[in-house]
Design a protein around this ligand. Structure first.
Ligand code: ZN
Ligand code: ZN
Length: 603
């Protein structure tokens, strides 16, 4: 089963507390209740709560790894071997729970439960499709890697180190079997995923050759207990090395033309889009929208460039190729950025200003009792530089939510300069809007008002990212940045990235775009640097659909808002729209739209 939210995203979306056993009924639910029997309504919701609890227990016992990712540690010592027996168990789980869902009458469920049901159903149907149709477990060798969860257990302080090491020991005994099953599952892989798997498996060795032995030294286990790890670690390392060797042998056959194409093609792409995104659009429709959005952004940027050119390049004629002129102006303006040592402080300084602005403009309810804590990213979480919102997991009741900002300490002078130009005076503000207010952090606070483990675990990534991207444009439209053309220009460049990700992904996976065409799109039409473009190309060869989630969520939320404005006329209120929209939690936008229209009596 694939989980829609990566662990990184899970970290940024999460909800706490146990779900209330007493179902909460909304206003519309209450109205429905007058027509239907209140008793039947309560009964149905109570039964659904029971189902959800049992379903989650079953989920974590079938997928102990995912349990560890969300902070559910009851099965942490179990390493699942992806063999035929497991696949059988999984199929029974998926089909069995789909059958159970059919027994519920959605019309009798509260909005919170109806959205939970939609998410679970999509998750199960999606997994069946992945297993029976996409079958990436046969062609993507990077599906198989045990290191992540070992590392997580080692680095998460959920119980004393000695106990965590004994848990690790239990898991270690299954590693050789795991890689035997992996080799049996791989039939004809793609070259790109084979290379990725070789690289990642080589990286995995460090956990068993270095991290675990180092932690053993630090532990207070007896000498005898420590010694018992040696043969297990040795066999685990051999299992991984055997897998690498297997892949290298495969690879030499693949390069002679036997590899599977990494492009999944238009038909499979369309289906994967349906399951991964959950949209009212088809993938092709979204692609068409992105092409139009790109043209619109280009013409906006060209108009701004013409307007600003005399201010910044008085003596210089504008280049004949308009996009070249746009790029020249962006480069010229990007020099305005904070000093590297002030990066974290500047973000800290901006947050109350943005918050004040949202309150003054009456854009969204904020919760003053849940202030956002800006901090330097803890060492153990630092990978790439950047900023992200970090919230506790669904099984972790810790209250604080952090805005993690990684200082640029590890960068060379040149790297820091390039990074700071990217996050220049204007883009840094847009980043804060996206990550914190009224983006991810505000969305999280609203979602937490009706805590749902289902929505935090299986939540819709397109809605979560779409909201953050939507909030950027909404802020600028409301006058944030005083409608300065420079702000709109930089915003447009930033938004162009999201739009072009969608075009690139669909073009590569469904339309056969070449690398040369892809780099031209990214560099010449979206103003990206060579390194960034190369990285994005690689990502477009290794994943499918995920790159479209930002633009899809953004496009759907924006279109829904405009639809409501049309339908409600004078009665439309932006703040009410935002508060209501966010109250449904991390559900797919089409599901929220349907419930909201019904609740407003609009259809
Ligand atoms: Zn500089
Ligand atoms: Zn985001």
């Amino acid at each position: 089963m694939k989980f829609p939210l990566s662990s990184a995203v899970i970290g940024s979306v999460l909800v706490l507390a146990c779900s209330p056993s007493e179902p909460q009924l909304s206003h519309a639910d209450a109205l429905k209740a007058t027509a239907l029997s209140l008793a039947a309504l309560t009964e149905q919701n109570a039964q659904f709560e029971q189902f959800k609890n049992a379903f989650l227990e079953e989920t974590w016992s079938l997928y102990p790894n995912y349990g560890v990712y969300v902070g559910y540690y009851q099965h942490d010592g179990e390493l699942t071997v992806p063999n035929a027996e497991f696949k059988q168990r999984e199929t029974e789980y998926l089909q069995g729970n789909l059958a159970k869902l059919k027994e519920f009458d959605v019309a009798l469920l509260s909005a919170a439960n109806a959205t939970d049901l939609a998410l679970i159903q999509n998750q199960l149907e999606s997994s069946l499709w992945y297993n029976n149709t996409l079958k990436s477990d046969e062609w993507d060798p990077s599906n198989y890697n045990v290191a992540g969860v070992f590392g997580l257990i080692l680095n998460t302080d959920y119980k004393p180190l000695d106990e965590r090491l004994l848990t690790i020991k239990q898991r270690l005994s299954k590693v050789p079997e795991y890689y035997v099953a992996a080799q049996q599952n791989i039939t004809v892989p793609t070259l790109e995923h084979t290379d990725l798997a070789i690289q990642q498996s080589q990286g995995a060795l460090g956990v068993f050759e270095k991290s675990i032995p180092e932690s053993l030294v630090k532990s207070t286990l007896s000498a005898e207990q420590k010694l018992a790890f040696s043969p297990l670690l040795h066999e685990a390392v051999n299992g991984i090395k055997g897998y690498i060797e297997f892949l290298q042998n495969k690879r030499s056959i693949l390069v002679d033309g036997g590899a599977k194409d990494f492009r999944i093609g238009a038909a499979l792409y369309e289906q994967k889009f349906k399951y991964d995104i959950v949209s009212d659009y088809t993938a092709k429709e979204l692609y068409d929208k992105a092409v139009i959005a790109k043209q619109q952004l280009h013409s906006d940027m060209i108009a701004i460039t013409k307007q600003l050119w005399p201010t910044y390049f008085a003596d210089e004629p504008m280049p004949a190729i308009e996009l070249v002129a746009v790029k020249q102006l962006i480069d010229h303006l990007s020099v305005q950025h904070v000093k590297r040592e002030d990066f974290v402080d500047e973000i800290r300084r901006q947050m109350p200003i943005i918050e004040e602005y949202i309150i003054e403009k009456d854009l969204l309810d904020l919760d003053p009792s849940r202030p956002l804590v800006v901090r330097e990213t803890p060492e153990y979480q630092r990978g790439v530089a950047g900023a992200s919102v970090n919230a506790p997991g669904p099984y972790d009741a810790t209250a604080n939510t952090y805005y993690n900002v990684t200082p640029l300490d590890d960068y060379t002078e040149e790297q820091a300069e390039s990074y700071l130009r990217e996050y220049n005076h204007w883009v840094l503000q847009v980043l804060n809007i996206h990550e914190a207010l009224p983006g991810h952090y505000a969305q999280l606070v609203h979602a937490n008002k009706s805590p749902s483990k289902i929505k935090s675990i299986f939540g819709n990534g397109a809605m979560v990212e779409g909201w953050a991207v939507y909030s950027e444009k909404m802020m600028l439209e409301s006058g944030y940045g005083n409608n300065e053309p420079e702000m709109w220009l930089m915003y447009s460049k930033w938004n162009l990235r999201v739009v072009v990700n969608t075009i690139l992904d669909y073009s590569v996976q469904a339309l056969g775009m070449t690398k040369e065409q892809g780099l031209d799109l990214l560099i010449n039409q979206a103003f990206q640097e060579q390194t960034e473009a190369e990285g994005k190309w690689r990502r477009a060869t290794l994943s499918q659909v995920q790159l479209t989630s930002y633009f899809n969520g953004f496009a759907e939320i924006y279109a829904f808002r405009e639809e409501l404005k049309d339908k409600m006329g004078d009665k439309f209120n932006l703040k009410d729209f935002h508060n209501k929209f966010l109250s449904y939690g991390n559900a797919p936008v089409p599901v929220i739209r349907k419930l909201m229209l019904a609740e407003l009596g609009l259809k």
